[in-house]
Each structure stands twice: as C-alpha cells, then as structure tokens.
Write a protein that binds this ligand. Structure first.
Ligand code: B3K
Ligand code: ZN
Length: 874
C-alpha cells in the first residue's frame, strides 16, 4: 500500500469555498448531488488538473458551470475523479449514487437500525461524493435532505436549520446551513425516526442555544445524564477556557452501530449509544463517568478540532491530545482530581505504554502512515494529552491559559499544525520549547534512573538522575528530552523538607527540569535524610527506576502529601511483591507476602481520611497485563495469574474482619445517585466483595450481593465475582441465567454479560466465547458486541487468550478475519491485541506468530488490517 509522509505535505492547487449537497435518501439507492464552488489557488499552475478523492463511487452526472462534460474532459474511477482542464473558478455539479443499507464498514453514509447516519472522519466523506477529502480544505456547507416522511420524519445536518416542508408522494425535506467553514470530515447527516429530549443553554454572552439529544424511540428516559453532562460541559468551557458555543442549535444523536465512541461533527455530534444511554438499572458508575467524559470531549472539539482544525492527519494530536487534556480537566473539576489522575495514569500505562514499548510504537505526531484510521491510538490521544499537561506544568496555569487564548485568537478558522500550537506557548512565555517538542516527534517511553545520597556532615542531599529513551521501530538513536519531574523531599513526620540552595538542574515550583543525560541535583542545608517523592501527580509520562529502600516506599505509601504519589508508592510495593512472587512460582516455590504489605492494604482500606474511591483504586491490584508489562520479557501469563491470585488471597486473609465490617458499613442506604462520592462508596464495597468472596462463605456473600443489588454497578460487580471466582458454581450459573433472562432484550446490557463471560480466567473460556458467538444477542456486524465478546477476550483475558496450546490465538485469528470482511476498521483495532507478542515466553511467542501469519495470509486483506499485522510482525 501507499505510504503517506509528513514531509510530502503541500496545499492543494484548489480550494472549495462553498459546498452544496442534496440527498435523496433511499436504503439501496441514495442520490447525492453535490454543487461545489471551486477556485484555483493563487500561484497554482493554470494547467493543473483537479483531482478529487472518491472511494467506491459511481458517477452518474458531471457538469461544469451548468454544462455537462464530455467523456474526454474528465476521468472517473470509483476512487478518483480528475477534471483535466478546469477553469480558474467554477461550479462543479456531481451526482453519485450510494447504497447506505449495504454499507457494513460504517464509514460514509450508512444505516443503523433503520436510521441513516454518517461517519466521515478520517476519510469517509469520499464514500459519499468526490471531494478534496482532506482537513485543510475548509468549506461552507448547505445541505438539503429529502426523505420519505414516514421512514424519516427527522432530518438533521450540521449548522442551523434553514427551512423544511412537504414534497409530493409522501416525501419531505429540510435544509441546513453551517456558516463556519469546516473540513469534510466534520460533515454529518442523520435521518430517521428518533425520540427527542430537548433542553436549552444560555451562553455567557446571553445567547440561547437549543439542545437536542435523539435516541431510539422509547429510550428518551435514558438520556438525562447525557443532557446534564452536556450543559455542564458548555458551562465549564466558558469558565475554564473562555470558549462559548457558536450556533443556534447543538444536537447529539445516539446510534447503536458505531465504530468508536463518538464523533464531533459540527453542531451534530453522533454517538455510540453506549455513551449516551444510562440509568441506574442498566448502566454502571463507570458508564456514567464515561458518558460524562465523552459528551464533554466531543463538545470541547467545537473549539479544539472544529473552529481550529488540523492541517493534515499527521497533526491529529493537535485536536485529540488537546481535547483529551480538556476532558480530563473537566472530569477532574466535576469529580475528584486525585482519583481522576490515578485512573488516567492507570489507563495510560495499560494502553499507551505497551504501544510505546512494542512494534506499533509511533511518535505523538507520526511522520508516516499507510492507513490513518490506525493512528487513532493511545499515543496520539493519551500521551498527546500528557504532553499538553507538561506544557502547563512547565509554564504554570496562568501562562498556559494565556497561550491557549492566543492559540484561539491566532488560529480560529484555520487548519493548524503542532508547530503553530507550540509557538503560542513560546510567544506568551518567552521560553524555548524546541527540546520539549521532542515529546511530539520521538516515540518511546523515557526512563529515569534515580538514586540518592545524604551527607550529614556537609548537610547535602544529592539526587543522581539519568535519562534514557529506549529504541523504537525506525528510531534507534534517541535525542535527550526535556522532562519536567515534579518531586518532594519528605521529612520523617510527612512534612516537606526545607533546603537552602539547589545546584545541578533548574528547579522551579517543585519541578526538576531534566534536560541532560545525567544530572547531579544537590540540595544544600538538609540535616536529615528525607524520603524522595518523585514524579508527583505523574508530571511526566515516563518510567522510573528508583533505588529506594522499602522503608521509604512504605513511609510514602502512608504519608506522601501528593495523593497520586502516595497511591503510586503503594502500587510500586504491590508490583514489586507480585514480580517477586512470579519468580518464586517459576522457580517452583510457593509465593509469600509480607505481613507489612497485606497489613498496609488493610490500613488504607479503613483510612477514613481518604476518599472511598481512592481506597478502592489502591486495593485494585495491578492487573495481569500491568504485571506482564513491568516484567517485560519471557512472559508466562499463567504464572502471573497464580502470583496475583495468591496476593489477593493473602490480603483477604490478613484483613478478613476489617474488610467484613467495612463491607457491612458501606451498604447502600439513601436513594441512588450516580455522583462521584456515591460511586466511590460502591467501588470500595465492590472491591471488598472481590476479596471476601475468596474466604469461607464467599460464594454465598457474592450471591446475596447479586440478589440484593439495586443498581447495575453492584449487580455487574457481583456477577463478575461469581463468574470469575466461582466459575461453574450453582450460584454463578444461576446468576448468569438470571441476568440473561432479565436483560436479554437490552443489547447494551447484554454486552456486559458477554464481557463478564469473555474475561473468565482459565483455558476453557475459549470454548465459551466461541459458543457465545452463536448467541441470539451477538452479532459480528455490531462493533459494540464484537468488542464486548472478542475484544474483551483478547485484551482482558490473559490466561485464556494466551493459552499455552495456542487455541486462543487460533480462534482469534479466525474471528478477526471474519469481522474484517464487513468492517476493516474494527478488525484492525482488534488485531492490536497481539502487539506485545514478542514479550511472551518462546512457546507462546511461536504460536502468536502463527496466528499473525494466518491473518496476514487472509484473502483480499484490507489496508487497515494489513498495516497493523505487517507492523506487528516486522
Ligand atoms: N474524532 C473522533 C474519532 C474518529 C475516528 C476515526 N477512525 C472521535 C473523537 O476523538 O472525538
Ligand atoms: Zn476526539
């Protein structure tokens, strides 16, 4: 396939200032008429042909300035339309015919439960009409939609409604106009029969905006949380960033077939219904939090993405990293900042670190791609957000905000680059960010090795810090990075230790600026050896190798004033113990854990000065994949599982009484509320259940928890405990059947049922999952179901997916190829589950490679899947 390179960027010879589209909707033959105003750019050669992108299109009609073109005047293939001698300024009319009902890739115009909808990012617009389908072509759109009134009473597109009315023979129409020039990837259309939830919002300048959330008829009652989140997002963006909404209406539509979470189309966000619909009966607290975060994320794109868009797809992090940063800050303000930060870091480590450390590693701003849809990654999104956070750490909040203001002022209405973004922060701060910019350009997770010495005679405390960046594909030599390392020197009573001066590195506001390979940071006037708290608040997305005494680590886990670092200290102790246990198991020994460690778990659980959500996060041991990542090589997932289970049991046994009492005290009393504090109490109680379920009477306790649950969070947690810890017990069988009977008709809830079963540890889950692909509620055509069952199995079931005999991989390879026939994007995403195959022990490695080769040898492989598999094998 073709490789696209950043250095090849050049503006097109033409621009398209105006785009008129008329859709005459019908499931198998929708007629699309495009009327494009096209201008040759100043400086472009007069002989330059116009080359438009297409993807599987059939051209029915073509005219320039009202005159039909003769066959010799253009070249049309399904994937390209060339007009050989276009005038300098003209109106191009194009008619294409498309079949939304048979569009199973869910890109372009398609049908989801009889609703017409679109997905155009990144390159789906070219499946609708021929166009300059690239983000630097900004055009003002006017869209007319015609449909049969009974089939599609609701007709939506971007911008503001202009007019609507009846047509002959039961048809009707609506016209929408979007005054803001936008790239084609932000175009959207929705038509169908949908239920509406209406509300309104008054912006800071006093304009009233009509808000609409559209859902499957009958589900209106499930959109309240999403609407509330939308209004809070609109208000937060005004307060935190001074950004006001700009159209008369803002609409959100929930559809059940969607390739990802949601899409920020201007004024008409389209959502996976999983991220809109919620109530206590059907959604978990995690669902409520995700809905809030994704509603916010898509809304925030209105400024970071839509008003200022990307010059080309290499700049994807310009909108995504920044918008993730904004939604993280929103959630931190709405909920608990400390808890949110810990959760973010767990996600980053679970998804981005393995990406950065494996064959799919790429810079936050990649330099080349074969299929852009494969670059909507944890690196672009999550690490991209961390890079923005580091800019704020380096500049301070006020200067950062001034930089953002300048960014909006300078680039509103433009398609911008990462260089433009960095420049505003250099301009407002007077700092040189050129070394910092490597965070965008260089892949790989930097590591800092840190050791300390204290000299009581000279009263000097010294940190020796050395940076390294491991090699990644096609970047074997790395340059030195600018790493903002937040730190604290902690005295014996937990208080910050004062020091006289510092030498060896710039230290500002509790941050050491690492810029060289090696720094000897000397603090003077330090009487007693302090404990060092490093990377507080996770100030940089790095790994740390610290020579730290276990005593210090225990001390920080109990006393660090930085909540993140305190959580981290405990998590590091757990990880170290788990890795030691893993090695003991491989050596044929029984793992043992210190009473000090299991006791600390109990202390944290019962510490009423800490938020319940924080305590729950501390008690959630590192996952099997986390442990595998930290071990790094020669992975035996069965030994990791055994080690982890042994620690869970040791903690449960050591704290049985305390956990039992606390579990009882946390029982739900008042009315249900999805707020963060209530969710935190449920999280703590549910993790305690997980521990207690391993002790005598545990299965009965879990069954009772399940039976008495009054909300989905508790019900799903108890079902997970029963299915995972008491697999095959009468209680587990009964609960699974009860859940199925109760929610069989609710596809989203059945997704949870698939997920819970797909993650049951142990070899036989391969067979369960294979059997469940035949379940009436499962469908290979629906991305949510595929992700629940196959995605969970391959990314969250270490012992079954990585079965030593390779059966997990074989089933997986077959299924990926089956999904791919319909939906290449979803298949390619699934296939990334094998990205860390080289860190497995040799036997599994060979079997994983066979599976990757089986996928690579699939017939007519899509560009999406080929790209992932070839990079993974390279
Ligand atoms: N911008 C979309 C993602 C589009 C993915 C295309 N393969 C959603 C988001 O990040 O907000
Ligand atoms: Zn986004």
């Amino acid at each position: 396939g073709q490789v696209f390179k950043l250095e090849d960027y050049r503006p097109n010879d033409f621009s398209i200032p105006q785009t008129g589209l008329t859709f005459r909707l019908s499931p198998d033959a929708t007629r699309v008429t495009a009327v494009l105003t096209i201008e040759r750019r100043d400086g472009a050669a007069a002989s330059a042909p116009l080359v438009l992108d297409g993807d599987g299109l059939v051209l029915k009609r073509i005219a320039v300035d009202g005159r039909e073109l003769a066959p010799a005047e253009y070249l049309a293939t399904p994937d390209q339309l060339t007009i050989l001698k276009p005038p300098a300024r003209f109106e191009l009319l194009l008619e294409t015919e498309i079949a939304p009902a048979s569009n199973e890739a869910l890109m372009g115009l398609y049908r989801s439960s009889n609703v017409y909808c679109t997905q155009c990012e990144a390159e789906g617009f070219r499946r609708i009409t021929y166009f300059l389908d690239r983000p630097d072509i900004l055009s003002v759109y006017t869209v007319r939609i015609e449909a049969q009134l009974d089939e599609a009473p609701l007709l939506l597109s971007n911008g503001n409604p202009v007019e609507s009315g009846a047509l002959a023979e039961g048809w009707h129409y609506a016209v929408w106009h979007d005054p803001f020039p936008k790239p084609s990837y932000l175009f959207a259309l929705v038509a169908g029969n949908l239920g509406q939830v209406a509300d309104s919002f008054v912006t800071m300048s006093g304009r009233e905006v009509e808000l609409g959330i559209y859902v499957e008829p009958g589900k209106e009652g499930l959109a309240g949380h999403a609407m509330d989140a939308l209004k809070r997002s609109m208000q937060w963006d005004e307060q935190a960033f001074g950004r006001e909404y700009d159209l008369d209406v803002f609409n959100i539509v929930a559809v059940s077939d969607f390739n990802m979470g949601a899409m920020e189309n201007k004024g008409l966000n389209i959502f996976n219904d999983k991220y809109v619909l919620a109530d206590r009966e059907t959604a978990t607290d995690a669902d409520f939090a995700n809905i809030e975060a994704i509603i916010a994320h898509e809304y925030f794109h209105n400024w970071t993405g839509n008003r200022i868009t990307c010059r080309d797809w290499f700049q994807l992090c310009l909108k995504e990293g920044l918008t993730v940063f904004r939604d993280h800050e929103f959630s931190a303000d709405q909920r608990s900042r400390a808890v949110k930060r810990i959760a973010e870091v767990r996600t980053l480590r679970a998804h981005q670190f393995p990406e950065d450390q494996g064959p799919l590693a790429h810079p936050v701003r990649p330099r080349r791609y074969r299929e852009i849809n494969n670059f909507y990654t944890a690196t672009v999104y999550e690490k991209g957000s961390e890079v923005v956070r580091m800019i704020r750490t380096i500049l301070g909040s006020q200067t950062f905000r001034a930089g953002m203001d300048l960014y909006f002022e300078r680039h509103d209405g433009e398609a911008a680059t990462i260089e433009d973004f960095l420049k505003v922060f250099e301009d407002v701060s007077g700092r040189d960010l050129s070394q910092f910019a490597l965070w965008y350009h260089q892949a790989g997770t930097p590591n800092l090795t840190v050791s300390s010495t204290h000299n009581p005679v000279t009263r000097e405390f010294t940190l020796e810090i050395e940076q390294s960046v491991p090699p990644t594909p096609s970047e074997s030599r790395k340059r030195l990075m600018h790493i903002p390392l937040a730190f604290g020197l902690v005295g014996a009573g937990g208080e910050p230790v004062a020091y006289g001066g510092v030498e060896g590195a710039t230290v500002e506001d509790g941050v050491i600026h690492i810029r060289k390979r090696r720094h000897l940071v000397r603090f003077s006037g330090v009487d007693e050896r302090p404990a060092v708290s490093l990377n507080r608040g996770f100030s940089a997305p790095i790994t740390l190798s610290v020579e730290q005494k276990a005593d210090d680590q225990f001390f920080l886990a109990g006393h660090d004033s930085d909540a993140f670092a305190r959580w981290q200290a405990f998590n590091t102790l757990l990880t170290d113990a788990l890795i030691a246990a893993f090695r003991q198991i491989l050596g044929g020994a029984k793992p043992v854990f210190s009473a000090r460690l299991t006791g600390l778990a109990g202390k944290i659980a019962g510490d009423e000065t800490l938020e319940p959500a924080y305590r729950a996060l501390a008690l959630a041991l590192p996952g099997e994949a986390d442990i595998a990542r930290d071990i790094g090589r020669n992975i035996d997932p069965d030994a990791i599982f055994t080690a982890r289970e042994a620690l869970v049991l040791a903690i449960a046994r050591a704290n049985q009484d305390a956990f039992t009492k606390l579990y009882g005290r946390l029982a739900e009393d008042g009315p249900f509320s999805p707020d963060a504090a209530s969710a935190g109490r449920r999280a703590l109680r549910n993790i305690l259940l997980d521990y207690l379920s391993l002790l005598p009477g545990g299965v009965e306790l879990a069954a009772r928890h399940f039976e008495t649950a009054t909300n989905m969070t508790d019900r799903a947690a108890a079902l997970t405990v029963l299915a995972h810890r008491h697999d095959g017990s009468p209680e587990a069988i009964k609960a699974l059947a009860g859940f199925e009977a109760r929610y069989g008709a609710d596809p989203l809830v059945m997704g949870k049922w698939f997920q819970i079963q797909a993650s049951v540890p142990g070899p036989k889950t391969v067979e369960t999952v294979r059997a469940l692909t035949g379940h009436a509620a499962f469908s290979m055509a629906n991305p949510n179901r595929v992700r629940s069952l196959i995605g969970t199995f391959s990314s969250a079931n270490q012992t079954s997916f990585h079965r030593a005999d390779g059966e997990g991989y074989r089933f997986f390879a077959q299924t990926v190829l089956e999904v791919e026939k319909r939906n290449p994007q979803v298949a390619a995403r699934l296939a990334t589950a094998l990205r860390s195959w080289r860190s497995l022990e040799p036997g599994r490695q060979a079997k994983a490679r066979e599976a990757l080769l089986a996928i690579a040898n699939g017939e007519n492989l899509s560009a999406d899947l080929r790209d992932i598999v070839e990079r993974t094998l390279a």
